[in-house]
Design a protein. Sequence first.
Length: 289
Amino acid sequence: MMVFFNNFSKKDVFKIGIYGLIILTIAGCKQKKRYIKSPPHYNFSEVQSVSIDLKLREISGIVWDAERDEFLAHYDEAGILYVLDKSTYTILKEYPFGAKGDYEDIAIYKGTPYILRSDGMITKIVRDGNGVRGVEAGKLSISGLNDFETMYADTARKALIIICKNCAMDSKHEVSAFAFYPDSIGFVNHPVYRINADTIRSMSPHKTSKFQPSAAEIHPVLNKLFIISSASNQFVIADLNGKPEGVYELGKKLFPQPEGLTFKRNGDMYISNEGVTSKATILRFVYKP
């Protein structure tokens, strides 16, 4: 080695050392590929992604109708219910149910679809001899400015549950959920449970913004509450009282704007993305016991 360096001047040796240091520094600074952990029983790297009709570019909610063997979905700003093919997600039928509005989620309770508006109003979809139409079922009456994006059916409670995205009554430390009882008293204007946002923050695998639920559903096999927060790129698994048990990251490449979540009875999971720069997509993840 000394013989090799004897063939160079001190200036040359210094330059070689500097160049070597630069190369090592660049190599050391090269970012490592981040690994995003998938939730139990699913693999985010094994996904079937299908682009859907431009009419549903701003798809805001999706639900699996097991009785009719089809998906139901709706558009963010239009009062139209869409029936989608069970495999291709092509639009089979369209049913206007209400005026233009900020419709955010859809759920099925005892075979009947219900659609949530961002201000806490729920529309019941009536299907009878006169066709398909929407009827106002109830509206949450709490003070202040409130914004909702999430609704799911809880058959054990015999209720529809809506979760705050931003509610005036909530601090940065908690997120409230409210129950609507379709068969009896309608809305109860105090929280049925509260989610501890600090716990979610501490469990999160990445630093992010505030937890703001955009979709949720009870898993049909695990009987756990699965929650998506699009704004903070989080996927939360909780018990049925909203107590967090696991928090996972939603990578922006696969989940640019996840707004809908539903399951088939076998546990297969479907997540819909609003179209950000292209068509909206529906992602299918196979349940693995």
